[in-house]
Design a protein around this ligand. Structure first.
Ligand code: ADP
Length: 503
C-alpha cells in the first residue's frame, strides 16, 4: 500500500490555514503522479470567497507539460490498479470514505468558503459525496462477466467487463465535492485511472479530496489533479482530449461546454458521459397536497441558491389552485435567510460570481418587462456583492427567457395551466430533459405523466431525488449516460466478447 505521503506543501498566507483542524488539506497546486505541485513562475489560480470577496489563496495552475505528465502518470498506473483484486480496490475506496468522514468539518468549511453554500448544506454535500465512495466500493466487487448460451456446439462464448482505461473527469463548481466522487468512485472501482480537472471556482475541495485519497492508499498516478485558470481551461481541455492515451470523458457542466467537449472527444472516439444543463418543470395539479408541493418547490428551487441542474426552473400550477399554491410558496420563501454561509441560520448564500448575478438579473428583468410580477424579491440583495434576493415571479408566460434557459439562481417563476395535456406540452417544450417533478393524488395521472415526460428523472410527490442509489442523467440536450446506482459503473466499463472454438 502506498501510505507514504509526499512532503507537505502547505499554502502560504491563506486565512484558511488557521481555521482548519487539518491544514495539510490545503496544498498549493495540482497533484501529479503522487506529487503536489507548487507555484513557480507560471500563472496563478486565485480563489476567492464569494460571500466576502476575500482572497483565500493563489494556486499553481498546471502547465502544458504538467497536463501531459498527468495523463502519462494515469496511463502508467492504470494497468496495475486494474490488476488488483476488486476486493483490494474496494478496501482502498472504503479507506477513502473513512478519511472523508473523518474530515467532514474541514471539507464543509472549505466548500462554504470557496463556493458560498450554507455550512449545513456543505456538510450534507460532503456526506452525500462520501456515499458514492462507499457505494462504488461495494459495486467494485460485483462487476461480473457472463457465460452466454453458445450458438454452435463446438464453441463457447464468455464476456468480460473491463475498465475503459484513463478517464478525464471535468467537474463543475455547484457541487464541488459530490460531482468529483460521483465520477471518481465508480471509475476507481472499475479499475480506471483519472485525470481530474475541477472548476476553477472551487479547486480547494478537489485538492482536499486528493490529499485524502492519497492517505487512503490510492497509488501514485491513479488519481491526478490538474488546475486551470479561466484563461487556460480551453487549452487544457483540448490537450487532455487530444491525448490518445485518454479513453473516456466524464463531464458535468453547461450544455454549451459539453457540446464543445463532445466535439473534441470525437477525434479519438472517446467513450463519453455528459451531465449537462436542465430546465426542470415542477407541476402542481389541483388534486395535489399543496403544502407538500410548496415544501418540495422550496427545497428544489432554493437549495444551493438555485444553482443546481435538477432544480425546478418552471413551476406550472393548475389555474384552480394557482393562488392558493402561490400563497403557500410565498410564505415559505419569505422565511429564507440570506447571508454568508458560515453564519448560523443562513439558508441562502451568495451566487458563485458576478456573471451568475447578471444572468439571474437579466432573466428577472426580461420576465418583468413581458408582464410578470415579482411578489417576493426580484433584485440583487441590499447586502450587495453576489447576494440575490429569493424571488417569486407570478404571471409568468412560456415566451419569457426564464422558461427556456437555465436561470441557475433563486427565482421561482409560476405559470398557470388548465389541463393535463397543456401541462405536459409546456413541460416537454424544452431542449433540456434532465429532471422534473409533479404533485398529484391521482394514480392513473401519475403513471401517464411519468411515462410521457421527456426527462431522465421524475419525482412524483417528491422534489429531492438525489442519492447514490439512483441513476441520474439526461435525455435530449441534458446529456448522455447515467451516474449513481449500478448504472454509474457501466460508464467506466467495456464489454469484451471471448469466443472459444475447436471444442
Ligand atoms: P459554468 O459556466 O457554470 O462554469 P462550464 O460548463 O463552463 O459551466 O464549466 C464546467 C466545467 O467545465 C468546469 O470545470 C470548467 O472549468 C470546465 N470547462 C469550461 N470550458 C472548458 C473547456 N473549453 N475545456 C475544458 N473544460 C472546460
Amino acid at each position: 500500500m502506498n501510505t507514504v505521503e509526499a512532503p507537505p506543501a502547505p499554502l502560504a498566507q491563506s486565512p484558511l490555514t488557521d481555521q482548519l483542524k487539518d491544514p495539510e488539506l490545503l496544498r498549493a497546486g495540482g497533484f501529479i503522479d503522487g506529487q503536489w505541485e507548487c507555484p513557480d513562475a507560471g500563472p496563478l489560480l486565485h480563489v476567492a470567497d464569494p460571500a466576502t470577496g476575500e482572497r483565500l489563496t493563489s494556486l499553481a495552475a498546471t502547465s502544458g507539460p504538467g497536463v501531459r505528465k498527468a495523463v502519462q502518470a494515469a496511463s502508467r498506473a492504470q494497468p496495475a490498479w486494474a490488476a488488483l483484486p476488486a476486493k483490494e480496490r474496494a478496501t482502498r475506496l472504503m479507506a477513502w470514505h473513512a478519511q472523508i468522514l473523518a474530515h467532514v468539518d474541514d471539507l464543509a468549511l472549505l466548500m462554504t468558503r470557496e463556493q458560498g453554500k450554507p455550512l449545513a448544506e456543505a456538510r450534507g454535500e460532503v456526506l452525500f459525496g462520501a456515499s458514492f465512495v462507499a457505494w462504488y466500493a461495494e459495486e467494485a466487487k460485483r462487476i461480473h462477466g457472463e457465460v452466454l448460451q453458445t450458438y454452435s456446439a463446438d464453441r463457447r462464448v464468455l464476456t468480460l467487463r473491463q475498465p475503459v482505461g484513463v478517464v478525464v473527469a471535468i467537474t463543475p463548481w455547484n457541487f464541488p465535492s459530490a460531482m468529483i466522487t460521483r465520477k471518481c468512485a465508480p471509475a476507481l472501482a472499475a479499475g480506471c485511472s483519472i485525470v481530474l480537472k475541477p472548476s476553477e471556482e472551487t479547486p480547494l475541495s478537489a485538492i482536499a479530496l486528493c490529499v485524502l485519497a492519497q492517505r487512503a492508499g490510492i497509488p501514485d498516478g491513479v488519481i491526478n489533479l490538474v488546475l486551470c485558470t479561466r484563461d487556460n481551461v480551453a487549452d487544457t481541455g483540448r490537450a487532455l482530449l487530444a491525448d490518445s492515451r485518454v479513453r473516456k470523458l466524464s463531464f458535468t457542466g453547461s450544455t454549451s461546454t459539453g457540446k464543445q467537449l463532445m466535439r473534441l472527444a470525437a477525434d479519438n472516439v472517446l467513450k463519453v458521459s455528459l451531465e449537462l444543463g436542465g430546465n426542470a418543470p415542477l407541476i402542481v395539479f389541483e388534486d395535489a397536497d399543496l403544502d407538500r408541493a410548496a415544501d418540495g418547490a422550496l427545497a428544489s428551487k432554493f437549495r444551493n441558491m438555485g444553482q443546481t441542474c435538477t432544480c425546478a426552473n418552471r413551476i406550472l400550477v393548475q389555474r384552480t389552485v394557482y393562488d392558493a399554491f402561490a400563497a403557500k410558496l410565498i410564505e415559505r420563501v419569505r422565511s429564507l435567510q440570506v447571508g454568508p454561509g458560515l453564519q448560523p441560520d443562513v439558508t441562502q448564500g451568495p451566487l458563485i460570481n458576478s456573471k451568475a448575478v447578471d444572468k439571474v438579473s437579466e432573466h428577472v428583468a426580461d420576465a418583468l418587462a413581458k408582464g410578470a410580477r415579482a411578489v417576493v424579491g426580484g433584485a440583487p440583495d441590499e447586502r450587495g456583492g453576489l447576494f440575490f434576493q429569493p424571488t417569486v415571479l407570478l404571471d409568468v408566460k412560456p415566451h419569457m427567457r426564464i422558461c427556456h434557459e437555465e436561470t441557475f439562481g433563486p427565482v421561482a417563476p409560476l405559470l398557470a395551466f388548465d389541463t393535463e395535456e397543456e401541462a405536459l406540452a409546456l413541460a416537454n417544450d424544452s431542449s433540456y430533459g434532465l429532471a422534473g417533478y409533479f404533485y398529484t393524488r391521482d394514480l392513473a395521472r401519475a403513471l401517464r405523466m411519468a411515462e410521457r415526460l421527456e426527462l431522465g428523472a421524475v419525482g412524483i410527490n417528491e422534489a429531492v431525488i438525489s442519492s447514490e442509489a439512483v441513476p441520474i442523467g439526461g435525455v435530449k440536450q441534458s446529456g448522455i449516460g447515467r451516474e449513481g446506482a449500478h448504472h454509474g459503473i457501466d460508464e467506466f466499463l467495456e464489454t469484451k466478447q471471448i469466443t472459444i472454438g475447436a471444442l
